[in-house]
Write a protein that binds this ligand. Structure first.
Ligand SMILES: [Zn+2]
Length: 263
């Protein structure tokens, strides 16, 4: 039987991390991975719990490990799913897993962020990126770690042939975001006490970016300003969006007829 995996918001995770009794254990860093599979589509079809249960089954069955590899899994909606006990070393990368007393915190972002011939499979945007960056920042703060030294992508861990967490994700920008992170910044967590952890407190719906879409055109069609749309999705309005990107829109945003093509 797999453990009862729990889904929390980043805010709940922060409270749990603060209160957690690490005993003699010290976390020495944060290792960042993507799952590759399951991907965003699997998460949409199966839900977070079944994705995490599937990884647990694969790690303990086919791979013969004692438990799921990662301490935490981050869903596309920003949900944080519990995994291996935090006092135990992860199965992150051979030779880099540490000891029960001193080991890194390791998490997987559910998705495939690899670009093949300029085609992205999944995009790390909005709530998922916010939750993953916040998680790195919180662990660094709890153990007094400098993000630039402590946060490692899987591809930096002696396996240079690996691209994990995906060649779409730049390290420098990631570290800058972790360093700039503050708990006051909206992190899209559901309000404390909400029954279902979701990416937003407010009702929302999803929108898949189509060829030819821009932030401006999507915003205009849904009665939003580009700034509002960017804020909802934690996007930099100056950066392009791509077909297949998953955006969220306020539930009340109504699609209006297309008005004659791109400006
Ligand atoms: Zn990896």
């Amino acid at each position: 039987m797999p453990p009862p995996f729990r889904s929390r918001t980043l805010e709940d995770f922060a409270v749990e991390l603060d209160a957690f009794d690490f005993g003699e254990t010290r976390l020495t860093g944060v290792h960042v991975h993507h799952t590759y599979r399951p991907d965003h589509d699997a998460f949409r079809r199966l839900g977070g719990r079944r994705c995490v249960q599937g990884m647990h089954r694969y790690h303990t069955g086919a791979l013969g490990w004692s438990d799921i590899a990662q301490h935490e899994s981050v869903g596309p909606d920003g949900s944080l799913w519990s995994g291996r006990g935090w006092r135990r070393p992860p199965a992150s990368s051979r030779g880099h897993n540490g000891t029960p007393r001193r080991h890194p915190f390791m998490f997987e972002m559910i998705g495939d962020f690899e670009t093949v011939e300029d085609e992205a499979h999944d995009r790390l945007t909005g709530p998922q990126r916010a939750a993953a960056v916040g998680l790195c920042a919180l662990v660094c703060r709890r153990f007094g770690l400098r993000p630039g030294d402590a946060v490692k992508f899987h591809r930096e861990l002696g396996e240079p042939w690996k691209s994990c967490p995906g060649n779409l994700i730049g390290k420098e920008e990631w570290i800058a975001d972790v360093e700039a992170w503050t708990p006051d910044r909206p992190s899209h967590g559901a309000p404390a006490g909400a029954a279902e952890p979701g990416p937003f407190g407010a009702p929302h719906r999803r929108y898949a970016v189509r060829p030819g879409d821009t932030l401006w055109s999507i915003a205009a069609r849904h009665g939003l300003t580009p700034a509002q749309l960017a804020e909802w999705n934690d996007l930099d309005p100056a950066r392009p969006i791509h077909p297949g990107d998953a955006l969220v829109l306020p539930a009340g945003a109504r699609a209006m007829p297309e008005s004659g093509g791109a400006a």
